[in-house]
Write a protein that binds this ligand. Structure first.
Ligand code: F6R
Length: 244
């Protein structure tokens, strides 16, 4: 696991974009694993800029998102499909038919989750998986206690996640309680992992996930065992690392 500490969020976003640019240029038909949430927004802005400047193209690439709320349609402004369209896909040259976000309205969710796993396999597996870090140590919606060999499935959101994500909804009651999420086993099969974490609020959970022994109590701690994981932090998120 490689840890890169940047001065601030803007530097973190540029560093993450540099890592992705290198891979996309080396393999134009790359398979991207993407995340939603506040943290990758700066990275997506950078990727859009570099696409518009002709530095990178997404024409041949495919993408798979980590998760989606159960029950929300793709047109719902709170859905992760909508988030991806507005914050990335609408602004780059990717073929929309090559972008996959779990379908929160699938009628047979278990069958759908199996299909999603197969779709990733058939694409040749994920080359680089972008991750954010939940306040409770979750990655995608794999809440504490999720098995390290878990696959794409429905997961009940933890109370802290409901509270954290309520900032995007009118009230806590509006936050869906269930989500489809890639499993930790699914995520760990990505050839490269890029975990981004910003802000002092996450400093303690960063320390627990990166420095404490690997444990299902802190789902992101499994990244310590990935053969090619890069963690990009800003100074605030890294402030408790190294015995501090
Ligand atoms: C989003 C996702 C989540 C977020 C995490 C951090 O697709 O899978 O695990 O990455 O909740 O969210 P932010 O970046 O909003 O702090």
């Amino acid at each position: 696991m490689k840890v890169i500490i940047c001065g601030n969020y803007s530097e973190l976003s540029i560093k993450a974009a540099d890592i992705m640019e290198k891979l996309i240029r080396a393999k134009p038909a790359i398979v991207l694993g993407l995340a939603t949430g506040s943290t990758p927004l700066g990275l997506y802005k950078e990727l859009i800029k570099r696409n518009k400047e002709g530095i990178i193209s997404f024409k041949k690439c495919r993408s798979f998102n980590l998760d989606e709320y159960v029950g929300l349609s793709s047109g719902d402004a709170q859905s992760y499909r909508y988030f991806m369209e507005k914050n990335l896909f609408d602004h780059i040259d990717i073929e929309k038919s090559n972008t996959f976000v779990p379908d929160g309205q699938a009628s047979d969710i278990d069958a759908y989750c199996r299909w999603y796993e197969q779709k990733i396999q058939k694409a040749g597996g994920i080359d680089i998986q972008v991750l954010g870090l939940g306040g409770d140590g979750h990655i995608a919606f794999n809440e504490p206690g999720s098995a390290f060999d878990s696959r794409t499935r429905v997961q009940k959101l933890a109370p802290q996640t409901i509270e954290d994500n309520s900032r995007f909804f009118n009230s806590m009651d509006d936050v869906p309680r269930l989500a489809i999420t890639m499993g930790i086993g699914t995520i760990m099969e990505a050839r490269k992992i890029l975990l981004l974490v910003s802000g002092a609020k996450k400093s303690l959970i960063v320390k627990k996930c990166l420095e404490a022994p690997v444990s299902e109590k802190y789902p992101a701690s499994i990244i310590q065992k990935h053969p090619d994981a890069v963690v990009v932090l800003d100074r605030e998120a890294a402030s408790l690392l190294g015995g501090k």
